[in-house]
Design a protein around this ligand. Sequence first.
Ligand code: FES
Length: 577
Amino acid sequence: MLQQTRLYTGLIIAAFVIPHLLNHSVGLISLTWMEAALEYFIGFWHHPVATLMLYGSVLTHFLLALWSLYHRTTLRMPFWQLSQLVLGLSIPPLILAHVIGARLSHELLGTTATYEATVQAIWNSEYGVLRQTSLVLVVWIHLMLGLHYWLRLKPDYRRWIAFWQLLATLVPLLALMGFYRVGLTLADQAVEPAAASGYETGIDDSTSPAAGGYDDYGGYEDGYPSGAVVSKSTKTEVDQTLDWVRNTMPLVFWGSLTLTLVLRGARLGWSARRARVRVRLPAQNQLRARQGQTLLEALREAGIEHSSVCGGRGRCTTCRVRIMEGLDQLPPADDTERQALEGVQADDDVRLACQLRLTSDLSVVPLIPYQQRFSYLRKPGGVEGIEQQVTVLFIDLRGSTALAEARLPYDVVFILNQFFAEMASALEETDGHYAQFNGDGLMALYGLDGDFEQGARQAIRGAQRMLHRLDGINQRLEKELQQPLRVGIGIHSGEAIVGTMGPPSAPIRSALGDTVNTAARLEGQTKHLGVPLLLSRHSAEVAGLALETLEQRQLPLRGRDQLLDVILVKEPAKLAW
Ligand code: FES
């Protein structure tokens, strides 16, 4: 829940930041275009609902960062995560001046910000350009880290990674170039800051100071946007309010950060007095951890590397461990952990190290060795896998045990090799990817290139080609076989975790998840139903098969709460689109 809230509030903030930077980059064309684009964006940004969403998201995002800081029992974390935290906490002090100058002062005066006034004010203030440049870079890197570690498990993101990298570089670069160009142009034109900015004193009291531009914070000081008529009393009021904000907000920020760290220290001090639990690991390793720590925190604190691709956010499941002892003492998984584990069809004794809070002694076995990450990370999918929509095909040779018992081993190997050679050819003909071998059958994946519909169609064609080639074997070996070889094929389409798996010396690209299990169970059902091919209705729909003439049924399958709509295919060669 907290992770989700952090993600959504971050996305809302990004929806403001990205157009804002794009608006800056329009400065490369001209100031006039920049102002015109600003007018367009301001219509959206200044809408009360948008304003509420933005400020609400900023506040929530900040409070969640403090909460996460308070809750951590160790500050040991991957470098990217530490960078994201530090950059995120640098934003409030950096952005305060900009918010006061470019928004708050105008809201209090009832005027609208212009690029000309804002850029000039920043340009004229000491360190203004440096501060603004730092702000853009800090906000952008923080945002990119968040987006990258959120999206990195998504297949479309991986596929377009070069494009995203280009975008991640160009957006801040062009924004800063637009800002510099306009700033330099205005500086060249400036005779006097007030005259150059086009500001006029809108104060109706002749004794009021003349327009003077913006102060060091980039906010208004004595000048007012052109056309604003401001009474002296309003000016005094606005001055006081801005001074209050300028002085109070840093206190609030540093105060809340300090308070968080103090409370965290007190909490850790208190928990240090509480009982410690012992965590036993493979190879006789063990560690002592505080009750209430997550297992991942305890491992990190002990300097033990452990896979955690999403940084402990309950999204990737690479931190999962099998509980060998102490399972019955553990608190139940919360929603985040439960959903993540269900997503990979984890066994009941598997838990996520990043979500599991220690309450008693445990014995665990990590399921994804840490060292594999680095060697596999550059391979398609990587060891951590990506979520991808694929079609999974399982084929199994019927009666292989009887075949083995009735023949010499050499004959069996010869027949099986013929069988697998033909099935491999069928895969090649239909762009199928061989993903698993299980003695007398195999698993294949379709649609790995990202075309889900085409993958489903090719899987069905693959099944047709396999059966056609099986007929060929049966004809060729008619004299050697007491009875023709028969197979069962199951096909299902959906989301799966696709990645490079297996021992480091011989990894293959394969898949895990409910879709894979369902396809395997469909294949198992072909025997009882007496059909060579059983495919889920979902696969048939994705492939665009004409369903009207096909025999359909609802089938209970092990591991599924609901019946599955399936299609029984007695004559696969006759399937038509
Ligand atoms: S580290 Fe990603 S789910 Fe635990």
